[in-house]
Unconditional design. Structure first.
Length: 202
């Protein structure tokens, strides 16, 4: 079992998107999504940052169940509810199922979303960075805390990335195994809070 950890600078419910039955990572964090070592059963930890005033807190953890292309994600009936609705609820606004190809030209299309520009104009910077990640990660076993983020016990701080890059092979397996065991004993899977940055909408 492998482990991947990174610091979250923004938490809008977009990356990750924890809503519904599945937690998905479809945009951002291309370094994880395209990692050739990543396999089914691996864990991803998103921890807080100074910017969020949540350093060394757990925002979410997901155990990867599936990996699929953007086009399969776009077409899969299970994930239609993750397509954004900009005049809908906050959950709908931050849908992450936004990429597919024009069947006639093969050009990548970016749906009107939190990652596009005003009036649905394509944001090429986001598009290029997102599709570089190559695939969407999907988890049924996940813990999302958001604004109820939990403090990571001192004995497990080695799971945290202290820089801006993803931490993976440098995570001590014993510490990560212990942290997952602790998490599973202390908390039930699922959603425990709202995205931290939703306070910006209030």
């Amino acid at each position: 079992m492998g482990y991947y950890s990174y610091k979250i600078e923004h938490d809008f419910g977009l990356a990750p998107n924890p809503f519904g039955e599945f937690c998905t990572l479809a945009i951002c964090k291309g370094a994880i999504r395209m990692n050739k070592r990543l396999k089914i059963g691996d864990w991803i930890f998103g921890t807080g940052s100074v910017k969020l005033k949540k350093l060394h807190y757990l925002i979410y953890a997901m155990q990867v169940d599936e990996m699929m292309s953007f086009e399969k994600y776009w077409d899969d009936p299970r994930f239609q509810y993750k397509k954004p609705v900009l005049n809908g609820s906050l959950v709908q606004l931050y849908g992450d199922n936004i990429y597919h190809k024009n069947p006639a030209t093969g050009e990548w299309l970016q749906d009107d979303s939190a990652h596009s520009l005003a009036q649905g104009v394509k944001n090429s910077a986001h598009l290029d960075a997102d599709i570089k990640g190559e695939r969407v990660l999907i988890a049924k076993n996940f813990y999302y805390f958001g604004d109820q983020a939990i403090k990571i016990p001192d004995e497990f701080l080695a799971i945290c990335s202290e820089g801006r890059s993803v931490k993976s092979i440098a995570i001590p397996t014993k510490d990560a195994d212990g942290f997952v065991s602790w998490l599973e004993k202390k908390h039930d899977p699922g959603i425990h809070g709202d995205p931290i940055n939703w306070k910006n909408h209030k």
